[in-house]
Design a protein around this ligand. Structure first.
Ligand SMILES: Cc1cc2nc3c(=O)[nH]c(=O)nc-3n(C[C@H](O)[C@H](O)[C@H](O)COP(=O)(O)O)c2cc1C
Length: 317
């Protein structure tokens, strides 16, 4: 099986991809979405979303990072893909899942799932614009307000030449509310001949197995759970090999948090505190100790203050 780290805008940034792929178990990452409108974006935008492009498109641990594009205009999606490929991304992913109102109002993301034909046209435009050696993948939800189009969507994406398809097993209207409907993906895996990746509500090894079984997919994508449980991918792989695995302890996770803080501080000092607080919120779900630390830092505004508090906390555990 392969495990893919989900794209998460404002959460899975360069530093997070670096950290999580160092821990291991991930076979691929995807950048936060690059919004494509009616212009060709300059290289610096692509480098901003994927600093890995300066490292052959790989995280420092050597895991490929696909560049994600979002937009409803097939022509400009193609033109931007053609521009981006000059920077040699290991693959290009197209976002048809984003539920954000702003994004959907401006004609991108999950609103396009209402129009399978357009989805096909966008994938075809990107596929035709880039060298066949560069994989083009698509990420969809089961639909916008219903699941009736999922087979047609998948069919059109495959016919347009996509190499792989990832399905977040919920509609846009279902948002992020459990459950995810893994079994609704089965009709797609049964009917297409490209790899289909199952995504949504996989929080532990049992759910990974169950999602595979119900969807018929071999590969899985982990989003929020990757933040909650930084070594989840390793534990899933061990489980599938029938090997025992001991999850990371809280002090080990804290060491990681400190590395994240240090790395982020150099890149975007204004956000460092917020991103670490955000990560603590995810961690609380698995590590109750994270709640205590979150309470201590949540009102702090200054990144340096957050950093000092975490540093002091580290000495007590
Ligand atoms: C904060 C946040 C940001 C996200 N940003 C993106 C994005 O940029 N591109 C995308 O395709 N999906 C995005 N997603 C969706 C995730 O990739 C994933 O499909 C979703 O969280 C379900 O998987 P999970 O249950 O494993 O978290 C985002 C989700 C969250 C919670």
């Amino acid at each position: 099986m392969r495990i893919i780290l989900a794209p998460m805008e404002g959460v899975v940034d360069y530093e997070m991809r670096d950290l999580l792929t160092r821990i291991g178990g991930y076979d691929r990452c995807v950048t936060e979405f690059v919004r494509v409108t009616e212009q060709i974006l300059p290289n610096r935008v692509y480098y901003r979303f994927s600093p890995e492009l300066k490292n052959g498109g790989m995280t420092p641990a050597g895991v490929p990072v696909y560049l994600q594009l979002l937009g409803g205009d097939a022509k400009y999606m193609g033109l931007n893909a053609a521009r981006a490929q000059r920077l040699n991304p290991p693959g290009i992913d197209i976002n048809f899942g984003c539920p954000s109102k702003t994004v959907n109002k401006s004609d991108g993301g999950s609103v396009l799932l209402k129009e399978p034909e357009r989805v096909g046209a966008i994938v075809a435009a990107v596929r035709d614009a880039v060298d066949p050696s560069i994989p083009v993948t698509a990420k969809i939800r089961l639909g916008f307000s219903h699941k009736d189009f999922v087979a047609e969507l998948a069919g059109r994406i495959v016919a347009a030449g996509a190499n792989e398809l990832c399905i977040h097993a919920r509609t846009k209207v279902e948002g992020y509310k459990p459950p995810a409907y893994w079994s609704a993906v089965k009709q797609v895996t049964d009917s297409v001949d490209i790899p289909v990746i199952i995504n949504g509500e996989i929080w532990n090894t049992e759910q990974a197995r169950q999602a595979q079984k119900e969807s018929g997919c071999t590969d899985v994508m982990l989003g929020r759970s990757a933040l909650t449980c930084p070594d989840l991918a390793l534990s899933i792989k061990a489980d599938q090999q029938g090997e025992a695995y001991t999850m990371m302890t809280w002090p080990e996770v804290m060491e990681m948090l400190l590395v994240y803080l240090q790395n982020s501080e150099n890149r975007h000092p204004r956000f460092v505190g917020n991103r670490s607080k955000q990560w603590l919120v995810f961690l609380q779900k698995r590590y109750p100790e994270a709640s205590d630390l979150f309470q201590r830092v949540k009102r702090m505004k200054d990144a340096k203050e957050v950093f000092a508090e975490i540093d002091a906390y580290m000495k007590t555990i």
